[in-house]
Design a protein around this ligand. Structure first.
Ligand SMILES: Cc1ncc(COP(=O)(O)O)c(C=O)c1O
Length: 397
């Protein structure tokens, strides 16, 4: 009864780990969860106030399908102010989270069998959204030594006649790595040779960058403007995951195609959330920077602690709120019960069940030698989580 397309889609492994962690917690086990994909802060008060005012003012109806003009103007102004990019508000489509902007962009761009180049480790939904849209994910494994960033050569080698989209995520989920200006310039130089390839640049972690300013591919390769879809949103930087507000900015023809799909599938995101988003972009970013500075302290702590654990290597990521240590030295070892842990999934299940630590296996992100730890948690939980990881790994032989 279920379509082949739906059958080809895997359930989210990050959600599976969280579900297992919750179940163990309900059974009374002490669980430290470093698996969350969301900030542990509350949305800044002035943004909440704007939403409450919208409710009290009776702003309860549908807005324009692509988002209310005032919000799209605020996004256009932000893209000029922060990113030096010019977009007419008509080129912007507001969506139910950046996730929907990504999914609808792929639906707008892909024909059946078109290939999408996805550097691994990748955010879990890229491959599955590609399949839903009828495309074929072409996963390119990257190297720990290069902080898991795709090289121009790797990109060039992956391109075929069927390549339609190159996905890039910086700062990255799951590694936190950011591409430098030079790296983006070089990737842009490769893409300039293939005029039919579109770029989807996921910049949802833009405001959580610790060293210098955020740079996206369009800042270093403006020639790609006519075939790049810029994805962003409010979830991460403003701690607004539950408000479900994201957007894309794209050449008019792509924005129009996405708008058509959106008009038939969901219509605009919540009117209340849109009022909140307008406030977020129009007013001070002080609260955003305070959260970023807090994340930076936790990053410094967790990276230092991880590198002290035997057989664990972790580079210092420049953004987001994840670390992705290489744990390959601990794979294929045996637990005290004699069970062999051959994959990062086995290892994470062992850490969860026997040591009460929830981490996400690298397998979920297409990189079997790592695990993802989120540091969007209190310092106490980070300290305890690291202790559990260390103790858990020490029991393996
Ligand atoms: C890389 C990346 N892109 C997009 C999203 C989706 O964000 P949103 O909550 O706005 O849908 C996430 C959320 O985890 C993410 O990590």
């Amino acid at each position: 009864m279920i379509s082949k397309r739906a059958q080809s889609v895997s359930p989210s492994e990050t959600l599976q780990i969280s579900a297992k962690a919750k179940e163990l917690s309900r059974q009374g086990k002490s669980i430290i969860s470093l698996s969350a994909g969301e900030p542990d802060f509350k949305t800044p008060a002035h943004i909440c106030d704007a939403a409450i005012k919208a409710i009290n003012d009776g702003f309860h109806g549908y807005t324009m399908n692509t988002g209310m003009p005032e919000l799209r103007q605020a996004i256009s102004d932000k893209l000029q102010r922060d990113n030096g990019l010019s977009y007419n508000p008509s080129q912007i489509v507001c969506t139910n989270g950046a996730k929907q902007a990504l999914g609808f962009s792929l639906l707008a761009l892909l024909d059946d069998g078109d290939e999408v180049i996805i550097p691994a480790p990748y955010w879990v939904s890229y491959t599955e959204m590609t399949k839903i849209a009828g495309g074929k994910p072409v996963v390119v494994r990257t190297n720990f030594e290069n902080n898991y960033k795709i090289t121009p050569q790797q990109l060039d080698d992956a391109i075929t006649e069927r390549t339609k989209v190159f996905m890039i995520c910086s700062p990255s989920n799951p590694t936190g790595a950011c591409y430098t200006r030079d790296e983006l310039t070089e990737l842009g130089n490769v893409l300039k040779n293939y005029p039919d390839i579109c770029i989807i640049s996921d910049e949802i972690y833009e405001y959580i960058v610790f060293e210098g300013d955020h740079t996206g591919i369009l800042q270093t390769a403006p020639e790609l403007y006519e075939r790049t879809v810029l994805i962003n949103g409010f979830s991460k930087g403003f701690a607004m995951t539950g408000w479900r507000l994201g957007y894309l900015a794209a050449p008019q023809s792509i924005a129009d195609a996405v708008a058509k799909i959106q008009s038939q599938e969901t219509s605009a995101p919540s009117a209340i959330s849109q009022k909140a988003g307008e406030e977020a972009y129009k007013n001070s970013l002080e609260a955003v920077y305070a959260m970023r500075d807090d994340f930076k302290k936790r990053r410094d702590f967790i990276v230092e602690q991880l590198n002290e654990i035997e057989g664990v290597q972790c580079f210092k990521p420049e953004g987001a709120f994840y670390v992705f240590p290489d744990i390959s030295a601990h794979l294929n070892k045996k637990t005290p019960h004699g069970e062999r842990l051959s994959t990062s999934t086995d290892l994470c299940m062992y850490l969860l069940e026997e040591h009460g630590l929830a981490a996400v296996p690298g397998d979920a992100f297409g990189e079997p030698e790592g695990i993802r730890l989120s540091y969007a948690s209190s310092m106490d939980d980070l300290r305890e989580g690291i202790k559990r990881l260390q103790n858990g790994l020490a029991t393996l032989k």
